[in-house]
Design a protein around this ligand. Structure first.
Ligand code: ADP
Ligand code: MG
Length: 214
């Protein structure tokens, strides 16, 4: 397991496409594999690290650069970083990729793809309705640009896949990149640990009676 090196999983996609949902699912799976994980979720970052920033291109870029910067610091200390922000602009995503890769880290871009009309119907946070009637301006996909990734490591199509399907797709990609053990290896590790415990236990059992007899 290349846990020591850390890596950055970078979700990008429209509001409501599934970034937070998948970030949490993937984080759970990574923690099972004893990887230290930190999620940098767009909404949370905007409430803290990027508090006060708006939705102009300049502010969006600043927000993403900050997430990229923190991701790089965490990843180089062995953390599996998961960024889950819209990150609508390709050039800034690529800039973040370059800075992390220059540091020797892996950057896995995941395009969480879903058509706008499905998202408007899904409307998890009621934002599409507001954007469509003009109550919110600069809303990505409605009144603000979203630039699709050209070469993402993974594309998940959340209008066609279940959360489990998309999570599996991402985990398989991480395995292929050598960033985590395959499910089989994890299972084997668990079995080995159990065997070890059984062995230790039976050693104790054989030693104890001797001690008692002696
Ligand atoms: N394959 C999928 N992956 C992720 N979310 C999905 C998927 N299919 C349906 N959904 C649903 O889409 C919604 C995504 O919301 P959320 O994760 O908050 O989006 P975002 O963080 O991108 O704004 C959730 O209600 C989730 O249950
Ligand atoms: Mg979210």
């Amino acid at each position: 397991m290349s846990n020591e090196n850390g890596f950055t999983i970078w979700f990008t996609g429209l509001s409501g496409s599934g970034k937070t949902t998948l970030a949490e699912q993937v984080a759970r799976e990574l923690r099972v594999r004893e990887i230290n994980v930190e999620i940098l979720d767009g909404d949370e970052v905007r409430a803290n690290l990027s508090k006060g920033l708006g939705f102009s291109k300049e502010d969006r870029d600043t927000n993403i650069r900050r997430i990229g910067y923190v991701s790089r610091l965490l990843a180089r200390n062995g953390v599996g970083v998961i960024s889950a922000a819209i990150s609508p602009y390709r050039s800034i995503r690529d800039e973040v990729r370059r800075s992390i890769e220059a540091d020797g880290g892996s950057f896995i871009e995941i395009y969480v793809k879903c058509p706008v009309h499905v998202l408007a119907r899904r409307d998890v946070k009621g934002l599409y309705r507001k954007a469509l009637v003009g109550e919110i301006s600069q809303f990505t996909g409605i009144s603000d640009p979203y630039e699709e990734p050209l070469h993402p490591e993974v594309v998940v199509e959340t209008d066609q896949e279940s959360v489990e399907d998309s999570t599996t797709k991402i985990l398989v990609a991480l395995e292929r990149q050598g960033l985590l053990s395959s499910a089989d290896e994890v299972w084997q590790d668990t079995l080995q640990q159990q065997n070890l415990e059984v062995t230790i236990h039976s050693q104790e059992l054989t030693i104890d009676p001797q001690e008692v007899c002696g």
